[in-house]
Ligand binder design. Structure first.
Ligand SMILES: C[S@@+](CC[C@H](N)C(=O)[O-])C[C@H]1O[C@@H](n2cnc3c(N)ncnc32)[C@H](O)[C@@H]1O
Length: 219
C-alpha cells in the first residue's frame, strides 16, 4: 500500500481514501504545466472516489499530461492502465492548455510515474481506447474512466467495449458531461443516455462536477 510523503505530498494514511490532495502538487518539469487545474481535479475526484475501491484494476482512457493520475492512484489500485495514443494521434493535442506536444506529455508520464511504472502498478499504454479495451478479457476491470475526445461516435465505440470489459460489480466513469447539445463535449452525454435508454447501462450519477458514473447492465 502506498503511504507516506512523496514529492512533498502526503499520500495514503490511516484511511486509504484519506489524502491531503489540497497539498501542493508535485513539482512539474519546467517546460510544462498540467492540463487540468488542480482544483477541478480535486472536485472531479471527490465525486467519483466512492466508486473506486482499493486494490481495483482501473484504466484512465485519455491521459495527456497525467493531471488526474495522482488522484486515481490515491484510490490504491492494484493496477492502473494509462491509455492514450499520444504521438500516434498527432504531434499536438489541439485542446491542450499550455504546451500541446504529445511526445512531451508522454515523456512527463514516464518521468513522473517512474516508481509506479517500475513497481508494475502503472502501465502506460500508447494505444487508442478501443484498441486497448479489445486487448483485455471480458469482466477484467473494476473501473474504467473515459476522458478521450468526447465525440459521440468515439464514446459509443468505447461504451460498446466497456460494458463487456468491466466487472458486473464495476463502474464505467467519465469526465466532461455536458447536457447542452451545442456543447463541444455533448457527445459523451448523448452516447451514455442512449446506452441507458437501451437498458445497457444504469446511471448512478450524471453532471455532478461534470462526471458520470454507470454500471454495465451486461454483468
Ligand atoms: C482531455 S485530455 C485527457 C485529460 C486527462 N484525463 C486529465 O484529466 O488530465 C484528452 C486525451 O485523450 C486522448 N485521446 C484522444 N482520442 C483518444 C482515443 N481514441 N483513445 C484514447 N485517448 C484518446 C488525447 O490524446 C488527449 O491526450
Amino acid at each position: 500500500m502506498i503511504s507516506g510523503m512523496r514529492n512533498n505530498r502526503w499520500i495514503g494514511g490511516a484511511g486509504r481514501y484519506l489524502l491531503s490532495l489540497s497539498q501542493p502538487r508535485r513539482r512539474l518539469p519546467a517546460y510544462d504545466e498540467p492540463s487540468s487545474a488542480p482544483n477541478r481535479c480535486l472536485e472531479r475526484f471527490e465525486t467519483i472516489k466512492p466508486y473506486l475501491k482499493p486494490d481495483g484494476v482501473g484504466a484512465e482512457l485519455g491521459v495527456f499530461k497525467g493531471a488526474f493520475v495522482d488522484y486515481l492512484l490515491s484510490s490504491q489500485p492494484s493496477k492502473l492502465y494509462l491509455v492514450d495514443p499520444w504521438y500516434r494521434l498527432a504531434p499536438e493535442w489541439s485542446w491542450a492548455v499550455g504546451n500541446g506536444s504529445t511526445v512531451k506529455a508522454y515523456e512527463r508520464i514516464i518521468h513522473e510515474f517512474r516508481p509506479e511504472i517500475e513497481r508494475g502498478v502503472i502501465e502506460p499504454c500508447v494505444q487508442f481506447s478501443t484498441e486497448f479495451l479489445e486487448s483485455k478479457p471480458d469482466g477484467y476491470f473494476d473501473w474504467i474512466y473515459i476522458d478521450t475526445d468526447h465525440k459521440y461516435e468515439s464514446t459509443l465505440a468505447e461504451l460498446e467495449l466497456a460494458v463487456r470489459k468491466v466487472k458486473s460489480s464495476g463502474f464505467i466513469i467519465g469526465d466532461d458531461w455536458a447536457e447542452d447539445p451545442n456543447h463541444r463535449d455533448h457527445g459523451t452525454c448523448k452516447a451514455v443516455r442512449e446506452f441507458e435508454q437501451a437498458g445497457r447501462l444504469s446511471l448512478h450519477l450524471a453532471g455532478e462536477t461534470q462526471q458520470f458514473v454507470a454500471s454495465s447492465a451486461c454483468g
